[in-house]
Design a protein. Structure first.
Length: 450
């Protein structure tokens, strides 16, 4: 049965349009900006500024163009899933949505652990001890996870404030660093000279560039909630461009600020923000700056979590509307009008994966295998995004974004240098991807026959 007929039988969902332009701009900032990327980029030295600009030109701008064009063309609930289904058919739409949702189930637990650990590091020696307490980090992660899920269970009218405040917290943390970095430049105390802005292209630079290009990923997330956005055909494109400019400025200025505060070779990817805060505290004689930065980072992580919890849950909801996933995913809460079963299922799965990271070596190894399995499948939705954009007339932006996506896939296929058995790594990676795609085909075929 065609997907349109399936949706008609179920009836249109009584979703509430709670998101305006301001909300969606802040939602995009919360979803996309990962403050942890500042330390990773600054560690690469002044050349990272050029890498940011190239990533913006060849991936971020094409993403914004694709989201703007496709959301104006297909503004309904489902975003990437709907765009792919309308462009390439039901199976491709299902595969795109399946890969996007599953990859986010593994992304969310890692986001929580990395974010809380990074926030703890800004508190000094005591915070470093807290960041190494895995049980405490997982307990804090579970608390944030379920708070985000329950606030969105009540509805976007309440849940959106997690993203709004988180975006403001993240941006405030960035402005704090930028202010301290500007002071270092003005006082002639900059820690890094900007004498080599063009990268030396080798395998390491290509690998790193493809990673930071995907630091710009996330603009597509807000469009998934098209039926909950006021005037989505107009609001989504405007929000993409406004938030896009703010996000690009954040990454460039934040990286430059860290370079001013800490010498690039001394920066740690894990503790770089704490190093920057400590340097700023010494420079400006502000001992409270580190704890304040930690609090703002924690608020930003909560906002980013809320955005991915809310947006990701709408994907199985939209697929459930078409009955390619169990119809329960498309049920709305009788009081709050939210896809509560999709939200609860997602939170329960993330809880399971967080537990697997703590309870025993076998479970941790199994979880890591699942993460490896989703490395490639994470990029499949972006390939569909740019192919659909090319079909809708973006003749330059679509291919540019697709080339970056394919490059990221190629880089992901290369085993890390510390891998003891490259062939085993490749077997797990490719075999796992084949398993996930095979499972998707089985679920799709059974639904098609029902």
């Amino acid at each position: 049965m065609p997907a349109a007929d399936r949706s008609a039988r179920l009836g249109p969902p009584p979703l509430r349009r709670e998101l305006g332009l301001r909300d969606l701009v802040l939602f995009n900032i919360a979803a996309v900006v990962g403050i942890r990327w500042l330390a990773a980029a600054a560690r690469a030295g002044p050349a990272s500024l050029s890498l940011w600009l190239l990533a913006a030109a060849f991936f971020f701008v094409p993403s914004a163009l694709a989201v703007a064009r496709l959301s104006a063309r297909f503004p309904e609930q489902g975003g990437l899933y709907v765009w792919t289904r309308r462009s390439f058919g039901d199976w491709h739409g299902f595969l795109c949505g399946w890969c996007y949702w599953l990859s986010n189930l593994f992304y969310i637990p890692n986001l929580l652990l990395a974010g809380l650990g990074m926030a703890a590091y800004t508190l000094g020696e005591r915070g470093q001890a807290l960041s190494e307490n895995r049980s405490l980090l997982i307990a804090g992660s579970l608390l944030l996870l379920w708070l985000a899920a329950l606030t969105h269970l009540i509805g976007l009218r309440v849940g959106k404030w997690t993203e709004n405040l988180g975006a403001l917290g993240t941006y405030a943390a960035g402005l704090l660093l930028v202010g301290a970095g500007a002071a270092a430049w003005m006082l002639g105390a900059a820690a890094t000279r900007l004498d080599s802005l063009w990268p030396r292209w080798d395998w390491g630079a290509v690998n790193f560039w493809s990673q930071i290009a995907f630091a710009f990923g996330g603009l597509e997330l807000g469009a998934v909630m098209g039926a909950e956005i006021r005037r989505p055909a107009r609001t989504v494109p405007r929000a993409a461009w406004i938030s896009g400019a703010a996000i690009a400025a954040f990454y460039l200025c934040g990286t430059l600020a860290l370079l001013a505060l800490v010498p690039a070779p001394d920066l740690s990817i894990l503790t770089g923000l704490a190093q920057g805060a400590a340097a700023a505290s010494r420079l400006l004689d502000l001992p409270w700056l580190g704890p304040l930065l930690g609090a703002l980072i924690a608020a930003g992580i909560a906002g980013q979590l809320g955005a991915w919890i809310a947006g990701s849950a709408r994907v199985p909801f939209a697929i459930g509307m078409d009955r390619y996933l169990p119809r329960a995913f498309a049920r709305l809460h009788p009081r709050w009008g939210t896809p509560y079963l999709a939200l609860l299922t997602q939170a329960a799965a993330c809880t399971l994966f967080l537990g697997a990271m703590q309870w025993g070596e076998n479970l941790r190894a199994g979880y890591q295998l699942l993460v490896d399995m989703t490395v490639i499948t994470y990029f499949i939705p972006f390939a569909y995004l740019f192919l659909a954009a090319r079909r809708e007339g973006l003749r330059a932006a679509g291919p540019a974004g697709l080339v970056v996506t394919l490059l990221a896939i190629a880089v992901s296929l290369a085993p890390p240098a510390e891998t003891q058995s490259p062939w085993l790594f490749e077997a797990k990676l490719l075999g796992g991807c084949a398993l996930l795609v095979g499972a998707a085909r089985m679920v799709f075929s059974r639904a098609k026959q029902a």
